[in-house]
Design a protein around this ligand. Structure first.
Ligand SMILES: Nc1nc2c(ncn2[C@@H]2O[C@H](COP(=O)(O)OP(=O)(O)OP(=O)(O)O)[C@@H](O)[C@H]2O)c(=O)[nH]1
Ligand SMILES: [Mg+2]
Length: 483
């Protein structure tokens, strides 16, 4: 452990030095974009880049609104071993097809280089500046693996079983737990049994997550979001019921599982944290709080606990080698509730307050000393407009949009072409009230809308994608780098 720690530290120092060296003249800021599945990562990055390249409306992004950004363009990314974020394809979907981009489920990266003029007279005389913004999109599920680094296979088995037996997960875990009953952990190792058990365990983790009631998220993160490792032996292991943590004699099933668990940690988890996560300077964590609100208090409680696990990756001041690595850089973290265009603007602050409450609870267990933290409600791509609709003499603040094909509202199924106006409902004023275990699901109606039709200029050029508060997010994440 000690030796690897030193080796990791050295590698990171070298990586940082190399980055600084190549960055002479062009400073680089690495922005991590994460969140659980479907939180809105791909849409956020596509919208951010599109707005900067195509001149979007970003009044709160000061460098840009002040006319100091001379241009933004895509450049080759620095890391050859990470897939490129497929910007062109995602934008084509959003702008031309008016369809949401496909799910991505792995890490990707994009370099955006901006030319700007400094706001201060002193630096301006030196000439205009350039900044590389390296955007890294990675599944939030992968952050759930950090606690595994400190756990032995026996401890992880024990914790996973306890989690599976909790009332909220008992139903999704039933088949796996039943399968496990017949297994003797100390018997001879058996590849096909190991595969069976890994498959049953993975099925449980996936079921627990897609359950309507709870959006439960348990490690290992790659079992939920395998990236390139789908079906690889590194993922062919599962917890076993061990008597007093006993792995049995050499050649036992439990010892085989333990070996693979350790291999997963050293070959998958550690490199991710060392080579990707530890090099981030800024981080945005996207949260689909609206879906959880819609599903009710159990889902919110689970979101909160998943966030707490994710946040522990940002925890500072602990003296294990890994947080020693992680501590070095991230100095701004933004938590953003996505898809705020599903609400009338009168409710955006309430959504922010609810996310603030969830993060606050979670953060109680993870301190961010040394990093600035902000909470925001945003829509990377605004799919709706607002209007007041009068219904039986009452004026309702409503939203207008085209539900995606197949979406059903009040028994009517839509074809993707028709627009509707609907009153989405209101969030409660008191964020605490939605977190009470006995709270009813909020009365917010959640309809999936198609991306908007873009306005065109007189010359027929499509304007950039509309958004809500994307500029505030940009100002917090990058504003100081362009001052
Ligand atoms: N109305 C609206 N819907 C959004 C917005 N952002 C995301 N969505 C919806 O959320 C879905 C998921 O967004 P993605 O950006 O693909 O989410 P992701 O986090 O990249 O998801 P994975 O790649 O599956 O991990 C989209 O298909 C949209 O339906 C937004 O700003 N407004
Ligand atoms: Mg994605």
């Amino acid at each position: 452990m000690q030796l690897t720690a030193i080796a990791d530290e050295t590698r990171l120092v070298i990586a940082n030095l190399a980055e600084r060296a190549t960055a002479v003249g062009t400073p680089t800021v690495r922005l991590g974009v994460t969140g659980l599945a479907r939180a809105g990562k791909t849409v956020f990055i596509a919208a951010l880049v599109h707005n900067l390249i195509h001149g979007g409306r970003l009044p709160l992004f000061k460098a840009y609104a002040g006319g100091r950004l001379a241009g933004a363009r895509l450049e080759p990314q620095p890391d050859d071993d990470v897939p490129r974020f497929d910007y062109e394809r995602h934008v084509k979907a959003l702008v031309e097809e008016r369809a949401w981009p496909a799910s991505t489920s792995r890490i990707s990266e994009l370099r955006l280089t901006v030319a700007y003029e400094s706001a201060s007279l002193l630096t301006r005389t030196i000439g205009s500046g350039r900044l590389n913004i390296d955007i890294v999109d990675y599944p939030g599920e992968w952050l759930l693996d950090l606690p595994l680094m400190a756990k032995s296979y026996a401890e992880w088995s024990r914790d996973s079983l306890a989690a599976a037996e909790a009332p909220a997960r008992r139903r999704s875990a039933a088949a796996w737990l039943a399968r496990l009953k017949a297994v003797d952990a100390t018997a001879d190792e058996d590849e096909s049994l190991a595969r069976d058990l890994a498959a049953a365990f993975t099925a449980y983790l996936k079921a627990a997550r897609s359950d309507d009631e709870v959006l439960s998220t348990q490690p290992p993160g790659r079992f939920l979001m395998p990236g390139d490792l789908e079906r690889s032996p590194a993922l062919t292991f599962a917890p076993l019921r061990l008597a007093d943590g006993n792995l049995g004699p050499g050649g036992s099933l439990a010892r085989m599982m333990a070996r693979r668990y350790e291999a997963y940690k050293s070959a998958v988890v550690r490199p991710f944290f060392r080579d990707r996560f530890a090099r981030l300077d800024r981080q945005i964590v996207l949260v689909d709080a609206l879906s959880a609100l819609n599903a009710g208090p159990a889902a919110l409680a689970d979101l909160e606990s998943a966030l707490a696990d994710i946040l522990s990756a940002f925890r500072l001041g602990r003296t294990n080698w890994l947080t020693g690595l992680v501590r070095r850089r991230i100095d701004r973290i933004l938590f953003a509730a996505t898809k705020a265009d599903h609400l009338h603007h009168g409710d955006h602050d309430r959504l922010e307050a609810i996310l603030g409450r969830i993060v606050g609870h979670a953060a109680g267990r993870a301190k961010f000393a040394g990093a600035d933290v902000e909470v925001l409600a945003l829509a990377s791509v605004r799919a709706t407009r607002e209007a007041d609709v009068t219904h039986r003499g009452e004026t309702l603040p409503s939203i207008i949009g085209a539900p995606v094909a197949g979406e059903t509202v009040d028994g009517r199924t839509f074809d993707g072409k028709t627009e509707i106006a609907m009153f989405p409902g209101d969030l409660p004023n008191d964020p605490e009230s939605v977190l009470q275990p006995d709270a009813a699901p909020t009365e917010v109606r959640f309809v999936r809308f198609r991306p908007p039709k873009l306005e065109r200029t007189a010359e027929g050029l499509a304007l950039s994608l509309p958004h809500i508060r994307l500029d505030r997010a940009l100002e917090f994440l990058l504003g100081d780098c362009l001052s």
